[in-house]
Ligand binder design. Sequence first.
Ligand code: HEM
Length: 913
Amino acid sequence: MSPWVTWPALTKFGSLGVMGALLVLAGQREDLLENNMFDMESWGEKNASIVCDERSHVARTEDGTCNILDNPAEGSANVNFGRNVDPASSFAESESGNLLTPNPREVSNLIMSRGGDFKPATTLNFIATSWIQFMVHDWFDHGPRTDANPIEFPLPAGDVLGSGTMSVQRTRPDPDVSGDESLVTYENINTHWWDGSQLYGSDKETNDEVRSFVDGKLKVDSNGRLPTDFLSGKPVTGFNENWWVGLSMLHHLFTQEHNAIADMLKANNPGASDQWLYDHARLINAALMAKIHTVEWTPAILANPVLERAMYANWWGLGGDRDKRDKFQDDLDELNNNLGELGGIFNLLGIDNDLGQGDTSSIEHALAGLVGSRTPNNYGVPYTLTEEFVSVYRMHPLLRDEIKVYDIGSNVVDEEILLQDTRNGDAEDLLTDVGQDRLWYSFGITHPGALTLNNYPDFLRNLSMPLIGDIDMAAIDVLRDRERGVPRYNEFRRQIGLKPLTSFEQLSSDPQLVADLKSLYNNDIEMIDTLVGQLAEETRPEGFGFGETSFQIFILNASRRLMTDRFFTTDYTDEVYTAEGIDWVEENTMVDIIRRHYPNLASSLVGMDNAFKPWGLKIPEDYQSWSAQAKQDHLWVNGALRTSYEDGEVPAIEPIDIGGLIDSVLWKKVQDATDVTPPGYSKPIHPRGALAKVQFVPTAGHGYTGLFQGADHGLLRLSVTGDPSDRGFAPGLALKLMVDGKRSENVSALYTLSGQGDNHNIFANELSNYVQPEVNETLGTTTLFSLVSRKPTLVVMSDMAKVNQDGSPVSNANTPSQVYFVPNGDLKNTISTAPHDFRDDLTALNPGTKVYDVYATSKSIKTSIWPWVTARYARERRNSATKVGELVMASPFTLSQFGDTGIFFKHQRYEDR
Ligand code: HEM
């Protein structure tokens, strides 16, 4: 029988299934709260010297005391980690037992090492990596290790470090062991609360160093930069261990955010003191970070509909957000009416759930949300984070070994910096040399590593630590769990209410990995280390970046951090935060914050609703209402530039995909009024081209209306129908003219259907929106297009004449029947006709170059059964055409994925004129 949880299967039952799965999760959380919270602290002793003053009733204290007024040490700094597994069954391992079995370095070498083969997590960006370390530093740290009696083990045979031993310092023992001394306890040197202590410190002395004591602000210089420590070069901030540039970026961002909040508070409360402003700004900033983590980071890494809803529920209740409350209320009513039916589904899936009867509190929690206006509830166990919580956040494989730096908007790597060269004081130099906005952009578009085995960053396996020497973090991660009494994987699962595994094959389908695991753990499934098992889990709920074992710890602690904290429950109110403060928390997102402090990134962030997902072209719902320029910018920066091919990676021109042509694409071509294709679309004809921004500069005095009177924001794509060596060189043009507040207008033009033979000069011939049907046309496109139009070789332009570029309609539109794009003579005469890639000619042109004169006629298009008569009509139309304007390049031509597959040009049919 499968050992894995079954709730993910509910998602296939649509939104009711999602609700059902949520209730299962809420039920699980309830069980965990009952069975898996173990207190490891003697509160009486800790509380003895704490006095909660007036300020602590309405503000977070420096060391986290006085959040819970009748147990003031709860959750504060230097309080022991609790446990999620029963400490009475003590799992701490020593050298006389299994501490060194198997050899931690061997685990690292055999199944952790990335060995240069980076496996990306493609649904996330690299900001997600820095973010979680930034959060971890808010939540916990075991503090400096101790020098006494280090743990030593031999380097395995064949190790790249040679022979000898590896030495790891032990975790600092609990300085005031109290109570049962047989229980292994360790202190968290940071506050356990979600209170921004990574910025504000976990003691008064650190807090005094980071504050400016003016207007409630934190210390920054005139450039918004944090002061640095003279010796280490690292910033002065709340917690600056394991420092690298990703952390530095986040500390700068949220220090500046604190100061922006303080400015807002001061503007609303002009007489307020520095202390009042500081205390309120901290409350607001900390809650904002907690909200971003809950409703943005978590749904990005666990991209599953159930989880997303669950995290929204944690913050807002199942109402989702203030606006969507009604919709979910309806779903809930439906759910209540269907509990019986869903119960059946649960039984089918083997989920033991007695919904509808018995304990309603889990349902109540899932429905009501944890944040706001409820009394804090620690379920009878004083709040602390736990050793097992630390263990599941050992997410070092998220790190890359190098940072790729890009210019804003670009897809071309400008430089690569080894991650180890971004550490400690080097991080601050990089912020200056590379620029914070370029770094944010670069992190936004690159991926972190996937949380799997054989993906541990190489630099962390040979990490140089000041005053400590070189260490292997992968070996240390494994060793720490054993040392600190986090049980091995199978026991860990049993302890937290999951089923144990019965075979190695249940973990992974990779035979090599299974063989390695078996040999490493001597075929004993009970010996698999917790971290190894978690990273190996191949069966994961859909969209999950990590597996169910970590998730089980996560659902318990993530909720507890909110529901036990007075400032997220009873005191999450206008009175304590101020009304503007609550609005600031509720209404700002990570995207807003990045945009506020790095306005240059505004266009890179357009349409992004989650800053932790890879940044790219997103078309938001209100896109059509934007100005012509904003739409052109968006398609250009986030479409063309962002996906331009690197040198040497420009794809070859494929032959025409005739099968693809027959597809529904033809209908799409005439029906869709969009600028961007749906994901996965590829052009069956004209698959490769070059794209430039252009202006249509009108000639004075012609009578055609609307966009024929000028369009400043256009995109021009020049292409050939397919591989010229296959069916000859057949050039084509597509032009999109942007309109303020309305959809764009498009026109396409060809020379002839079958092209110009072996002449490879793209500017050799005039192109037109009307071409003659051809008797011998090999492709059969005429026949195909005639499925959707009576005039398959014509695209009409009446819509283009009906609207001006400022969006105003034209009352008496005057449309040409045919236009001619006449190539600039200089280009025509200088480009080679010999076989070569036409795209090279285009990318060599400079902005400002006129590419075409545009001629137009209003003579109607007539044909005859006699080809020579049809040809005469065509000649007469051409002779009557007058120049109406010029197409002038407003950027270079670029070759990009967007230009090839992303941009969509609608054809206007004769029937739709
Ligand atoms: C350049 C980046 C990083 C460096 C240099 C670094 C280094 C370290 C070091 C030296 C330790 C202490 C090892 C020990 O117990 O002896 C540690 C612990 C840890 N790291 Fe990282 N780390 C980095 C990034 C991250 C990231 C991205 C995460 C993601 C969550 C993370 C999560 C943790 C956790 C959970 C611990 C355990 C803390 C504790 O024992 O209290 N680290 N890291």
